[in-house]
Structure formats: structure tokens, C-alpha cells
Design a protein around this ligand. Structure first.
Ligand code: FRU
Length: 445
């Protein structure tokens, strides 16, 4: 068939992924001594969840990542180092995380909070009096994990912790002056649509507080946010939504130590973790880093500026077309970015002559993304309402096993896709169009 180019691996070109094994949540995101550190939930032995360590990687620019040795090891086969965060304190990089032990095996509390520190950012020493929080504030809580710590304006420490009780997801709030002794202040936020709120993160954005958390609900799994103000240790919500309305964006966390609010998430849906990448010995990848900001009380999301460094060359330039046109991208890999401005509607179809495709279109201010024929994994169809601007701006990032769509800094949707062939035909109808071939960060130049 004409122009068919087989994909030899689902390994991403410009997303962070494990060389072997399994990854889930990003943990301990911190900018420290000139480097962005990313720790993550990691099973080095298998491309499935289990026996969780903290893997470790660093980057100077949020785009090129380098794998470092494992930072934290579980104590035995039945325990795990669950999610948590990192801070800088007295020149040291300190991590606060959940230590988990299978209760069937060890009949004690299953999730407790631990502290460890490092002077070089690579080797960690556990605090000798762990756990720093050994019991939940109340009995019968459903979960007690994922501490995210920040420094308050007054210089003390604040922690949010994921939990749930009586069928309601909860975010618990603690404070401390030394990262060791923690005082429970109450339930910061609660919701009845999920049993547990996981991986909470509380960030100040100007005069607003934004709480990010992840949840698996009967209808949708993903990363949610609430914006508001904190009064008497409670978040008074003014505005809420999802950080990403696609199928695969979970456990988002922001960096400690940066002015910009930079967020990274695991690009997978926790309800479905079997992917064809497992046959290649790995599973899980991180979404591209995104920057959050607040404008007129609305949360705005865009890829970090640094991502533009990935552009190698422009392969399609179209100043303005209102007619549907087809472009032969003439590329070897599914590794490109599409940028277009349109008004009021756009139609984009990436496909190949094998019949694999992703369709992105708008109609009546509804964005529709169809990944049902995208490749060998099951796809989905999403429809989301958006605010139709006089000029709409769309950016689409295609990689070997993912697609991320950013519309007007207000809607983002991410999906896992597994095409067996390169999508080298692009059908387009809308306004201006630019397509850039993107770099492979894992291969030497
Ligand atoms: C979210 C999560 C966290 C937990 C970790 C375990 O994906 O369930 O709540 O700490 O994964 O790997």
C-alpha cells in the first residue's frame, strides 16, 4: 500500500518513559541546584504494577531527561514506596512519601508517611524515627497516602494528603515547623463522587489557591482541580474542572522550587493498564510538562515554552486554507507537532493507508476527538464544549503511543494510542497550519 511505514516500537520519541519496567505517578518534583528532578513510581522488574520503588531522572530544560539510579527501595517483596513529594530544607533535598506494606502479610497499618533526605540529590538516607505520621486522624479511612508538602508564606510547612471515608474522597491538611512533627488541621476538601482522592497538590496562584487531585469515579478517571480560597483550613471552592479531559492523564504534580507552576502527570488511565508496550518490556510514560496560570479566575494550561526546542524542522506550512486539503507528511516516525489557528471550526485527520486514524474536529463550539481507529489498542471518542474565540489556537503533539491536544489554553486532552503504521497523511480544513517534526530525545544526535 502506498507510503505505508511500519512502526517498529511504541517507545516514545520525546516523552519520559522507563527503559524497562513499569512507571506510574511522578513524585518529588523539585527544581534543585540548577536541575529539575523527577522521581516516579517504578517497578524495575516487570512492565506491570507492583514492588514499587522511586525511580529518578533529571533534566536541565524539562525536555531532555537523564535516567539516574533508583532513589528509594521497598523493604521487601510485600512493601512499596508510594507517592510523595520533595522540598529543599537547609540545603538538603528532603522527600516525604508513603511507605506501604501489604496488610495481609504484615498485620499493621498499611500506609504511613516517611521522610528521607539527601545532600547530593542522588543518595537518600531514611530518617531514623520513621514514620513521621503513623496513623490516620480518624478510624476507618479508606486510604492515607501521597503527601505533598509546600512552604507556607510564613515559612512553616503545609501538607495535603489523599484519603477517603464513608464513600467520600478527602484531602487532609497538616502543618509542621520541622517536617518531622505534623499537626492535623482537618479535611481541606471533600467530594462524594469518588471513594478516594489520590495525589493531592495545593498551589497558590496569585490570590487563589488551586487544589489538584486525582480520582477514579464511576464515570471518569483523571486529574481534577478546584480553585478557591482557604479559610479556617478548608478550601472554599469557586471554580472546578479537570486538568485534562482526555482518557489518560493521572496523578499530576507540580514542581517545588520554581516560580512557574509546572505540572507533570502519568499519561495513562489507572483503570486500564494493559498496553501493547508491555510486549516491549515497559509500560507507562509521562505527559509533556505543562504550565498553569490563572487569568480572570480561570485556570489556563499550556505546554512549557521549552517544548518548542523539540522542533527540528517545519514540514508543512499553510498560511490559510478554508478548503479540505490532504498533505503527505513524508516522515519516518509518529513524532510531530501540529499548530493551527482557526475560526470558527477546524477539521484534522491524521491517518495512513492501513486505515489507522485520529480525528480532531470542532462543530458548534464542541471539540470532538475520535481515537477509536487509532491503532491496536482500544480507543475512545470525546466531546467537550469550548469557548469559541475570534481566533482559536490548537496544538497537537503526536508521539509513538500518545497524542496530546491543547485548545486555547483552556481545554487539554491526552490519549494513549498505538498505531502500527506512521500517520503520514494529514487532512486539514481550517485556517493556518504548521507541522513540525520533533526530535528524538533518547537517541544521540
Ligand atoms: C495513584 C496511586 C497513588 C499511590 C500510587 C501507588 O496512581 O494509586 O495513590 O501512592 O499510585 O503506586
Amino acid at each position: 500500500m502506498k507510503n505505508l511505514k511500519r512502526v517498529f516500537s511504541f517507545k516514545p520519541h520525546y516523552h519520559f518513559f522507563p527503559i524497562t519496567g513499569w512507571i506510574n505517578d511522578p513524585n518529588g518534583l523539585i527544581y534543585w541546584k540548577g536541575m529539575y528532578h523527577m522521581f516516579y513510581q517504578y517497578n524495575p522488574k516487570s512492565p506491570s504494577w507492583g514492588h514499587i520503588h522511586w525511580g529518578h531522572a533529571v533534566s536541565k530544560d524539562l525536555v531532555h531527561w537523564f535516567h539516574l539510579p533508583v532513589a528509594l527501595y521497598p523493604k521487601d517483596e510485600r512493601s512499596g514506596i508510594f507517592s510523595g513529594s520533595a522540598v529543599e530544607d537547609n540545603g538538603k533535598l528532603k522527600v516525604i512519601y508513603t511507605f506501604f506494606r501489604d496488610p495481609e502479610y504484615h498485620k499493621s497499618i498499611k500506609e504511613v508517611q516517611y521522610l528521607a533526605e539527601s545532600s547530593d540529590g542522588i543518595n537518600f538516607q531514611e530518617y531514623s524515627n520513621n514514620p513521621i505520621i503513623s496513623t490516620p486522624p480518624e478510624s476507618e479511612v479508606y486510604a492515607f497516602r501521597d503527601p505533598k508538602v509546600r512552604r507556607s508564606e510564613k515559612g512553616s510547612w503545609e501538607m495535603v494528603l489523599g484519603s477517603g471515608k464513608n464513600g467520600n474522597g478527602r484531602v487532609l491538611f497538616y502543618t509542621s515547623t520541622d517536617l518531622i512533627n505534623w499537626h492535623y488541621r482537618g479535611v481541606l476538601f471533600e467530594g462524594d463522587f469518588a471513594q478516594v482522592f489520590e495525589c493531592p497538590d495545593l498551589i497558590s496562584m496569585g490570590r487563589k489557591e488551586v487544589l489538584i487531585y486525582s480520582a477514579c469515579t464511576p464515570k471518569v478517571n483523571g486529574t481534577f482541580f478546584v480553585m478557591g480560597t482557604v479559610w479556617d483550613n478548608k478550601l472554599i471552592a469557586e471554580n472546578f474542572g479537570m486538568l485534562d479531559v482526555g482518557h489518560d492523564y493521572y496523578a499530576a504534580q507540580t514542581f517545588f522550587g520554581t516560580e512557574r507552576k509546572i505540572v507533570i502527570a502519568w499519561m495513562q488511565n489507572p483503570s486500564n493498564c494493559s498496553y501493547p508496550t508491555q510486549q516491549e518490556g515497559w509500560n507507562g510514560l509521562m505527559a509533556i510538562p505543562r504550565e498553569l496560570h490563572v487569568e480572570n479566575n480561570e485556570l489556563k494550561i499550556r505546554p512549557v515554552e521549552e517544548v518548542k526546542q523539540l522542533r527540528i524542522n517545519e514540514i508543512v506550512t499553510e498560511v490559510n486554507t478554508k478548503r479540505k486539503k490532504s498533505y503527505d507528511l513524508n516522515i519516518e516516525h509518529n513524532s510531530y507537532e501540529i499548530v493551527c489557528d482557526f475560526s470558527p471550526d477546524v477539521y484534522l485527520r491524521l491517518h495512513n493507508t492501513w486505515g489507522e486514524s485520529v480525528e480532531i474536529s470542532t462543530n458548534n463550539s464542541i471539540l470532538k476527538v475520535d481515537t477509536r481507529r487509532s491503532g491496536v489498542s482500544e480507543g475512545t471518542i470525546r466531546k467537550v464544549e469550548f469557548k469559541n474565540e475570534r481566533q482559536n489556537h490548537l496544538r497537537v503533539f503526536v508521539d509513538s503511543c500518545s497524542i496530546e491536544i491543547f485548545l486555547n489554553e483552556s481545554i487539554v486532552c491526552s490519549f494513549r494510542i498505538h498505531p502500527e503504521y506512521v500517520y503520514n497523511i494529514l487532512e486539514f480544513e481550517g485556517g493556518s497550519l504548521h507541522v513540525y517534526k520533533l526530535e528524538n530525545i533518547w537517541l544521540p544526535n
